[in-house]
Design a protein around this ligand. Structure first.
Ligand SMILES: NC(=O)c1ccc[n+]([C@@H]2O[C@H](COP(=O)([O-])OP(=O)(O)OC[C@H]3O[C@@H](n4cnc5c(N)ncnc54)[C@H](OP(=O)(O)O)[C@@H]3O)[C@@H](O)[C@H]2O)c1
Length: 312
């Protein structure tokens, strides 16, 4: 398909409307739900987390922003305050268990109980197994699984005791897809956390704590930008502010699951057509290549090229 046809198709409102869930929510109801509430948002320095912080901060929440890049968090918090909202921020690396302990202690000391947790910080890598290092698997699990587990351990018990609270997990439609070549490290870590999250959610609902899973399709952020096929105009997707609107919808409508209409049918098709889909995906793998940045780490020591690969 020529690129101008592809762009016209992707920009078509019908295609756009089918690609992702409706982003409509009632702003007054959002304000009623979050006003004065302490909302902890991880990965708030960029992308979906930043947009969510601005949206919920603008709706009257006391947003607590977490990520590694302190200057970015300061700028996001400053922007929210300049618009009349309230924002605090904590610079922390969620892969470092000591830092997560310090983060939880600081929030407890400064703010007290967390009312809503948006588990959003994440890392993706698109790299074939042949080019991968052990470190790639370690760090995707550390950011996408172990860090969030440690946070949940620190926050959910209090919510259950108070018999109120919500945890929103920013997951991906990829957890319902068949294993895709080159995406294994990312997909496995997101699937692992999705499974655990849903399991804990079953326990927490007895104490009226709501666990909401958001299965997002492609969102144009710095995470997806390094893969040319995933850039705006190349594949249907959402902007970060539209993804933030889905977080708002999950809060307003108290959703347990929010996903595009095609997410669950895809899960069924994947089960029924496992073999032909695997053959197709393997064929596709053989006709495509790792990107230049994914190949950069060849021959490097385990610790090198930390963020120089596919996705930051
Ligand atoms: N973009 C998509 O197409 C897409 C689709 C479905 C789901 N998602 C999910 O959406 C979430 C947000 O992704 P995004 O697209 O907004 O990506 P992004 O723009 O790269 O943002 C990722 C955020 O996570 C933070 N982060 C990364 N490593 C961290 C660490 N070790 N400790 C603390 N914070 C860390 C980053 O901040 P610092 O670098 O400052 O630490 C940044 O704020 C992820 O969980 C992702 O899996 C994305």
């Amino acid at each position: 398909m020529t690129s101008s046809w592809r762009k016209r198709l992707i920009k078509n409102p019908v295609v756009d409307g089918l690609a992702h869930p409706s982003t409509r929510f009632n702003p007054q109801r959002l304000a009623r739900r979050v006003r004065g509430k302490r909302v902890l948002i991880t990965g708030a320095s960029y992308g979906i987390g930043e947009a969510t912080a601005r949206l919920l901060g603008g709706a009257g929440a006391r947003v607590l922003l977490v990520a590694r890049t302190g200057e970015r968090l300061a700028a996001v918090a400053e922007g929210i305050r300049a618009d009349g909202g309230w924002a605090g921020y904590y610079s922390a690396d969620l892969t470092d268990t000591d830092q997560v302990d310090e983060l939880l202690a600081a929030i407890d000391r400064d703010e007290g109980d967390v009312d809503i947790l948006v588990n959003n910080a994440g890392k993706s890598i698109r790299r074939s197994f042949e080019l991968s290092r052990y470190r790639d698997y370690e760090r995707t699990m550390a950011v996408n699984y172990l860090g969030p587990v440690k946070l949940l351990l620190g926050v959910v018990a209090g919510m259950r005791q108070r018999r109120t609270g919500q945890v929103v997990n920013i997951s991906t439609v990829g957890v319902g897809f068949p294993p895709a070549a080159r995406w294994g490290a990312y997909q496995a870590s997101k699937e692992a956390f999705d499974t655990l999250f849903r399991s804990i959610g079953l326990e927490a609902r007895h104490d009226r704590v709501l666990f909401s899973s958001l299965y997002l399709p492609l969102v144009y952020t710095r995470m997806s930008a390094p893969t040319p096929q995933l850039r705006e105009g190349m594949a249907p997707g959402m902007r970060a502010d539209e993804a933030a609107a889905l977080v708002a919808r999950a809060i307003v409508q108290r959703k347990r699951v929010l996903a595009p209409w095609w997410f669950h049918p895809t899960e069924v098709a994947v089960l029924l057509l496992r073999q032909p889909i695997a053959a197709l995906l393997s064929f596709w793998f053989g006709h495509t290549d790792d990107t230049r940045s994914a190949r950069l780490t060849r021959g490097e020591p385990e610790s090198a090229g930390e963020d120089a690969d596919e996705h930051p």
